[in-house]
Design a protein around this ligand. Structure first.
Ligand SMILES: [Zn+2]
Ligand SMILES: [Zn+2]
Length: 338
């Protein structure tokens, strides 16, 4: 069996597959790219040919326009294509709509690039699917034992409880515009909240796209058309950057909340003047990371970015060879996205 490095290796543009001659989630324009999901640090414009799920391609088109790539190839989960003898297939990553792990098979060797993933249930995408492999490539955004995300049902229930406690205040929920916002809305619906949810214009396009792919978000309306008093006791969902700017002056005594894995860190919540921190993440926490690695039991673990050192040390202690790839360019979106 060839060495893993012959099938996949870090390069300045990102992970590169020499026999297949393509990159995965490249950070600069390349002739051929396979993309795990639509977040902007993974999906960038200017590539020649792009292969991804239909959902990810639709997200890229919506965010970057028709000319985001010269050619596209839409793949279904589980569908296999071949590139110069390298078999490529996509399996669910459980991160956001359309998110996929990329499975590479070549000369008896299997490498799985997981992109971003989580193991918790998400009503907006199919669950992460573990695939046996020689090398598992993982991120480690929350790769420290202090990062344990609580149950998301309890976190979302805090919003509804707060609404009962402060029925006059506009509950302003900061959530990243792709993935987190739609998941948060779905989780509110699952807990019986059936009133109109008001949304910042920056969410419109992604909300519509999720609806188009069959994710029911319930009654939504733009957070622009009403008088201040009409927003009393309402839920407004907005991008994280909007919850503390002048835009919020239109609301009745707004109560700022922020849904992110980083809300585990109290200093971050205080810094952003968040009154109601919601620890809700689309990334695996420490337990999900370590459970996934033990379940897959790969010959080798490659860590792309994040808390590489801690996860490396844990892996070695558990008898799994680990290697920090120190890829750059995948951190910029994590603050809001995580
Ligand atoms: Zn992501
Ligand atoms: Zn990412």
């Amino acid at each position: 069996m060839p060495k893993p490095n012959a099938l996949l290796r870090p390069s300045p543009a990102g992970l590169y597959c020499p026999p297949g001659d393509f990159h995965i989630d490249p950070v600069r324009p390349v002739p051929r790219a396979v993309i795990t999901h639509g977040h902007s640090d993974h999906a960038r414009p200017g590539h020649g040919a792009v292969a991804a799920t239909r959902e990810t391609l639709a997200i890229m088109q919506a965010r970057m326009g028709d000319g985001f790539a010269q050619a596209t190839e839409a793949l279904r989960y589980g569908q296999m294509i071949e590139h110069n003898g390298v078999e490529v297939s996509l399996v669910p990553a459980g991160h956001i709509l359309g998110s996929a792990q990329i499975v590479l098979r070549w000369q008896g060797l299997t490498i799985v690039v997981s992109g971003d993933y989580k193991r918790r249930r998400d009503p907006t995408c199919p669950p992460f699917e573990p695939v046996r492999c020689d090398v598992f490539v993982t991120e480690a955004t929350f790769g420290l034992p202090v990062f344990r995300h609580p149950d998301d049902v309890d976190e979302v229930a805090k919003v509804l409880k707060s609404l009962q406690q402060f029925p006059e205040r506009t509950h302003l929920l900061g959530a990243y515009s792709l993935g987190k916002a739609q998941r948060l809305i779905c989780l509110l619906r699952e807990q019986g909240y059936d009133q109109t949810i008001f949304t910042h214009g920056a969410l419109d396009e992604m909300n519509a796209l999720y609806e188009k792919f069959g994710i029911d978000l319930g009654p939504l309306a733009p957070a622009t058309t009403k008088k201040k008093k009409d927003f009393a006791g309402a839920i407004v969902v907005a991008p994280p950057t909007s919850i503390e700017d002048v835009w919020t002056r239109r609301f009745n005594d707004p109560l700022p909340a922020f849904a992110s894995g980083w809300m585990r860190v109290r200093a971050r919540a205080r810094q952003r003047h968040v009154e109601l921190p919601l620890i809700l993440s689309d990334h695996a926490d420490w337990d999900e990371l370590t459970r996934t690695i033990l379940e897959i039991d790969p010959g080798e673990l490659w860590i792309t970015h994040g808390e590489e050192e801690a996860l490396c040390r844990w892996s070695e202690l558990n008898g799994i060879n680990a290697r920090a790839l120190e890829l750059v360019g995948y951190e910029d979106a994590t603050e809001g996205e995580a």
